[in-house]
Design a protein around this ligand. Structure first.
Ligand code: MSP
Length: 516
């Protein structure tokens, strides 16, 4: 069976989950569910990043141990994901023993390859970003007050950076510059979207400097083997999680390399530069693809702790169901671009696309089936051009959804689905079943109703990775039985014509009541 391994970033435990975290996880979940539906052996990983100075400092501020802070945030993630219908196969914590072992093994492999050496370090460090900056990088990016040494700012987030000066281990990142460029050129799909690929190319072409990979100024992390004054840099620790869950350092890692690492645009360099270079140095296969999505603002504003406007998924779930949130986030913004979360936009999308189009099509189709044929599908007559066009549209949609999801274009996949729904509603108008009934044309009526219900079944099947609960309800009405979407497959259920004459659908019940 073909395997498919998808990951989310592991989230820092210094902060509560917000919709930015939910976004990547929902997107990864749709990839996982779509690939399961397509018959692949899926491994879907998410988890948390517990080490590093940022978490240590957050715990200090609250007067607790880092592990206590981590435990409480982990509880929140673990209860949130099922509520959002996240179907992850594993949840990794970087404080687990399996991970410590993997990080140590990774370190030793890099060391054995001669890719790590001990040196002396003098740089600037942004704690919130856990990122090092050189003097030149601060000046080049025009961070304000760049001239004064005690007031420097991070080129990424604009907050103050601290000067650090310490003995440190280094990773010979610079040695892999050419190999990485070759790899990116030879594998056009390695980094998506294209704009991010270009960004990485420009960055690497600008020259890679060796990377400091240990710290001596704090202790919350995994100690360097045989030199426990040093803690392994949190990004080396964190990135290795993708291997840990795949079974590293065991020789047998059936799921590695990952098919896709989904990430946000802010952590592109770590994933598309540091990580592949580490893997090359360790002589391990590289992930097949890294896709960086954009950032959400909320009602036009950047989410921030100080503004207190970070939108928390559990609050959102008090007002809207998981499926509506999932649908909105993946439909509203082309994946890869930035977007704005607004409640007006959410209600508008729901009311037009789900209540008016999708919900209405199902409801009117099943209602007519009950009104004219006691809920029962009847033998069909010969197909007309409009019928064939509907079948062709459904089959094209199946192929296009698969292609769109294969390149993480969720908005395109949903547009393909919605286009068939709109065509279905036009088909109703064009064929006017109520007139066929009046004219007593039972055969034509049966043909039209069959095409409606069968196309709905296949549309809902394709929509099910996005909206598992609503689709289970809709399929439940069509098939007149309780449906577990997780057991469905395109191979067994994706063909046109599987519904038989004589099948009785359930009475329609509204699935998408209008939101006001
Ligand atoms: N721990 C690291 C990742 C290590 S992966 C080996 C980290 N954690 S994080 O919790 O700060 O961020 C995780 C993800 O949340 C990132 O992909 C980031 O892009 C995403 N988001 C944070 N704020 C966001 C928005 N406002 N909008 C969308 N995604 C956002 O970085």
């Amino acid at each position: 069976m073909q395997r498919y391994y998808v990951t989310t970033p592991i989230y820092y435990v210094n902060d509560d989950p917000h919709i930015g975290h939910a976004y990547t996880t929902i997107a990864a979940d749709v990839l996982a569910r779509h690939n399961r539906l397509s018959g692949r052996d899926v491994f879907f990983l998410t988890g948390v990043d517990e080490h590093g100075q940022k978490v240590e400092q957050a715990a200090q501020r609250q007067g607790i141990q880092p592990i206590e802070l981590a435990d409480s945030v982990v509880r929140r993630y673990r209860s949130l994901w099922p509520e959002l219908e996240i179907s992850n196969d594993d949840f990794i914590r970087t404080t687990e023993e399996r991970h410590r072992k993997a990080v140590i093994a990774m370190w030793k492999r890099l060391q054995a390859a001669g890719a790590i050496y001990k040196g002396f370090y003098k740089d600037w460090y942004c704690v919130p970003c856990e990122t090092y900056w050189t003097e030149t990088q601060l000046k080049d990016t025009g961070s304000k007050d760049a001239g004064s040494l005690d007031d420097k700012h991070c080129p990424d987030c604009g907050r103050n950076v601290d000067q650090v000066q310490e003995e440190s281990y280094f990773f010979r990142l610079g040695d892999y510059q050419e190999k990485l460029l070759e790899h990116i050129h030879a594998n056009p799909d390695f980094i998506g979207p294209d704009s991010r690929r270009n960004e990485v190319l420009r960055f690497v072409e600008g020259g890679l400097r060796d990377l400091s990979v240990s710290r001596t100024t704090f202790s919350w992390g995994i100690p360097v083997p045989d030199d426990d004054a040093h803690v392994i840099y949190v990004w080396i620790d964190a990135l290795t999680n993708y291997l840990t869950a795949a079974g590293f350092p065991d020789a047998d890692m059936p799921h590695w390399p990952a098919d896709v690492h989904l990430i946000g645009k802010d952590i592109l360099r770590f994933h598309a530069v540091y990580w592949p270079c580490m893997l090359m140095a360790a002589d391990l296969p590289l992930p097949k693809r890294i896709f960086a999505h954009g950032w959400w603002t909320v009602e036009g504003e950047k989410m921030s702790k100080s503004k207190g406007n970070a939108l928390q998924p559990d609050k959102l779930l008090e007002a809207y169901d998981a499926d509506t949130i999932r649908y909105f986030m993946l439909r509203e913004v082309p994946f890869g671009q930035d977007g704005d979360f607004s409640f007006t936009a959410l209600r508008q999308r729901y009311n037009t696309e789900l209540a008016n189009d999708m919900g209405n099509l199902l409801n009117r189709s099943l209602s007519m089936l009950y009104k004219y044929q006691d809920g029962k599908l009847a033998a069909i007559g010969s197909e007309q051009a409009g019928d064939r066009a509907l079948v062709a549209a459904v089959e094209a949609m199946q192929r296009n959804v698969d292609a769109a999801i294969g390149k993480q274009a969720f908005h395109e996949a949903l547009e393909q689905i919605n286009a068939v729904v709109r065509q279905g509603n036009r088909y109703v108008e064009e064929n006017a079943p109520w007139a066929l009934f009046k004219q007593g044309d039972r055969e034509r009526l049966a043909t039209v109703l069959y095409h409606l219900v069968e196309s709905l079944r296949l549309v809902v099947l394709q929509l099910s990775p996005f909206m598992p609960e609503k689709c289970a309800l809709m399929l439940g009405q069509i098939l007149h039985t309780e449906v577990n979407v997780e057991t469905l497959s395109l191979a067994d259920h994706g063909g046109w014509g599987l519904l038989q004459a004589g099948h009785v659908c359930a009475r329609p019940e509204p699935v998408f009541p209008r939101l006001d």
